[in-house]
Design a protein. Structure first.
Length: 268
């Protein structure tokens, strides 16, 4: 059955609403999602912050962009787990029997997880303000920073969707959806300047998409160090452009892959 893009969006909205109602009925899901970023903010601000020095900027302000991006990246794991759970419980089969767009399941899942990420970012923003973080640039730049952050979060959800549809159990999805994020987020400028890394690791960390988004968000919030601490080369000079390009590239690659995996998984 051929479905129009408008139908796919409409059906996707219904699926997204279904996923959000599930969170409302099981509040533990959102509570435990919020605990981790709050712990990271408090630990790095009050425990490790005194031992880490980044020239030219208050460490708590330097820290927050890294926590923001790390949190939404790890939040993409919910997409992988949610799709794997729906597959295991046969819900995907029920969706297939309905006169709805095949793209709706993926659009609904990624959209609902974007709403979840937005709520997490809001709570983290309040927590950051309490520990001394401030936005130093204007309102427009701040809105652009949050928009870029959520755009990256949405792109990462499509990677997670591909993973969630490629495995056969929720347990595997929990591991596969998160384990690759540890080197991606920690080999970045999230918590330290890439200038402190061994020489051969610095370009890898500078070109890491997580580093690009973090530096872009720091620039838009007015929290980036000047000169030393930014890294070097094109990533340091054009972080906003590179962050947008990375996010678009992820969507271009993984949206078709996720749709293809959905078709194969639904046909099992």
């Amino acid at each position: 059955m051929s479905m129009s893009p408008l139908t796919a969006i409409s059906d996707g909205f219904v699926v997204a609403k279904r996923n959000l109602i599930k969170i409302k009925r099981i509040p533990d899901l959102i509570i435990f999602t919020l605990v981790q970023p709050i712990m990271f903010v408090l630990l790095f601000a009050y425990v490790f912050g005194g031992a880490i020095n980044v020239p030219g900027v208050n460490y708590r302000e330097y820290l927050m962009a890294g926590i923001f991006v790390q949190t939404v990246a790890f939040g993409s794991g919910l997409t992988a787990i949610g799709l794997a759970e729906d597959m295991q419980k046969g819900i995907i089969d029920r969706f297939r029997s309905l006169p709805m767009s095949r793209a709706a399941v993926l659009l609904g899942r990624t959209s609902s997880d974007l709403v979840n990420n937005a709520l997490v970012v809001l709570v983290m923003t309040l927590c950051g303000l309490l520990v001394g973080w401030r936005i130093r640039d204007g309102f427009v730049e701040a809105v652009a920073g949050f928009a870029l952050l959520l755009f990256f979060a949405y792109a990462m959800s499509w990677i997670a969707a591909t993973i969630g549809l490629s495995v056969r159990s929720v347990e595997v999805a929990q591991s596969a959806g998160l384990i690759w994020l540890f080197p991606l987020t920690f080999l970045s400028n999230a918590f330290i300047s890439t200038d402190t890394l061994p020489g051969w690791l610095q370009p890898i960390a500078d070109w890491n998409p997580v580093s690009s988004v973090i530096l872009a968000v720091r620039d838009l919030f007015g929290n980036a160090p000047a000169g030393a601490g930014r890294g070097s080369g094109f990533p340091a000079e054009h972080p906003i452009l590179l962050a947008v390009l990375w996010s678009v590239a992820i969507l271009v690659i993984f949206m078709p892959l996720a749709v293809n995996r959905y078709r194969r998984a639904a046909a099992r």
